[in-house]
Design a protein around this ligand. Structure first.
Ligand code: LLP
Length: 420
């Protein structure tokens, strides 16, 4: 967010603290988030939907730090979860589990039980077998499950194949052609209350058209369901709104809502509650990953900047060939610029954060990878026995540690050393 990460006196700031100061104080690698940016991103959805019944559900998988969950909860957010662990995080953050939507293709009996006992808002069912399982668990607990089907609208979100999910060839959702018969079956089960319909077509989508197309297809199903006397309360568009990493020009929340409203109103479904499972667009631009330059190295064909962050701290570049901006937080003019690959210390050729970047840096400089607030920390691992980074939430002049850096003992705390 340009307003919350900005240049002042020759260095990069987050709200009222310089990133250089944060790196020196908390060490690196370090994830830094702007509270103001998080609040602004959430409020963009809220104001775009202000005139309609709606619920914005923060998709925890994008960033599941307890303090960030709590912040969104206080702003009125619901939550999109995909595991029992994420449900537990909502509880641990003190948030309302009745605003939880449970997505995911492989819900276990235990997870369904926990979610039913937590009285969640809705299960997004992704297969006929899952429908049977939810009926069985609800019957055992003598509870009623609110359900929706995640329908695969078969639209092309035009995003990276790993994060495109709404096509027929994907493992997600139920086939469009099977939806009506499954809805009829569900509506006849006394253990269920059929409340909604949903889809999720992919992530980092930078146009409104795929969303509007999916909406049209869901409306056609709603027409067919109504003929069978099945009337739903909500329509869930999933997540997927893209953000700007570089040259992308994603629609604003307002533009996306306008496009969806046009379809809903024209099709006669203007009164349905609108649900969004927003992840990246709520947190992506609100975070940066700070890392220190350990060494500069001239290879035979390339120059390398070895930094202390690696693929285990931020896997997006190597996993999705994602381009993420990398800048020195305090640029100086006294060295000449060169093209570098920015790489980490992990023993893999794929351990890179940026390729062919024109940078002028020296050993000890702090670099910031921008727009790293989504799918950064949540995808981090301990590979190569590297400690997970710390996380800091900036609020004006204050910087709060919201996750301490792991230490060596943390790396093997759960392991059992056999003594004979
Ligand atoms: N709902 C469902 C059912 C999802 O599968 C996802 C993301 C979301 C909501 C949230 O989507 P978002 O608003 O964040 O686009 N690790 C990848 C992204 C994977 C997205 C998986 N599903 C990345 O770093 O680009």
């Amino acid at each position: 967010n340009d307003q919350d990460f900005y240049w002042k006196d020759g260095s990069l700031w987050c709200e009222d603290v310089s990133l250089e100061t944060l790196a020196r104080k908390f060490g690196t690698p370090l994830y830094v988030y702007s509270k103001h940016a998080l609040v602004s991103a959430f409020n963009a959805y809220q104001s775009a939907l202000a005139d309609h019944p709606h619920l914005v559900c923060f998709a925890l998988k994008a960033n599941s730090n307890l303090s960030i969950i709590k912040l969104f909860g206080e702003l009125g957010s619901g939550f999109d979860i995909v595991s029992g662990g994420e449900l537990q995080r909502v509880k641990a953050a003190g948030c309302d589990t009745r605003k939880v939507i449970f997505s995911g293709v492989g819900k276990t009996v235990r997870e369904i039980r926990e979610a039913l006992l937590a009285d969640i808002k809705c299960f997004n069912i992704e297969s006929p077998a899952e429908l049977d399982r939810i009926i069985a668990v609800a019957s055992e607990l003598k509870l009623r499950a609110r359900v929706s089907f995640r329908v695969n609208p078969d639209v092309d979100a035009k995003t990276h194949p790993y994060i495109s999910t709404g096509l027929k060839k994907n493992k997600f959702g139920i086939a469009y052609e099977d939806a009506v018969s499954l809805y009829i079956k569900a509506s006849q089960a006394p253990e269920l209350e059929v409340v909604g319909i949903d889809c999720h077509i992919g992530s980092q989508i930078t146009e409104t058209t795929p969303f509007a197309d999916a909406c049209e297809k869901l409306c056609t199903l709603l027409d067919q369901l109504a003929e069978h006397g099945i009337n739903l309360k909500h329509i869930d568009f999933g997540g997927g709104l893209g953000i700007k990493y570089g040259t992308e020009t994603p629609p604003t929340a307002k533009e996306l809502m306008a496009a969806l409203r046009r379809v809903l109103v024209r099709r006669g479904y203007g009164d349905l509650e609108m649900i969004f499972e927003a992840g990246r667009s709520l947190v992506g631009n609100s975070g940066a990953l700070l890392t220190e330059v350990e060494f500069l190295k001239s290879g035979q064909l390339k120059n390398f900047i070895m930094v202390d962050a690696a693929m285990n701290d931020m896997i997006r570049p190597t996993l999705y060939q994602a381009w993420m901006q990398i800048v020195p937080v305090t640029p100086s003019n006294d060295k000449s610029a060169a093209f570098y690959d920015v790489v980490g210390p992990v023993c893999e050729t794929g351990d890179w954060l940026g390729k062919d970047r024109l940078l002028s840096v020296r050993q000890g400089d702090i670099l910031a990878m921008l727009s790293a607030g989504a799918y950064g920390m949540t995808m981090a691992s301990n590979y190569n026995s590297r400690c997970l980074p710390a996380e800091v939430l900036v609020n004006g002049e204050e910087a709060h540690l919201i996750r301490r850096r792991q230490n060596y003992e943390d790396l093997y705390r759960d392991e059992i050393l056999l003594t004979r």
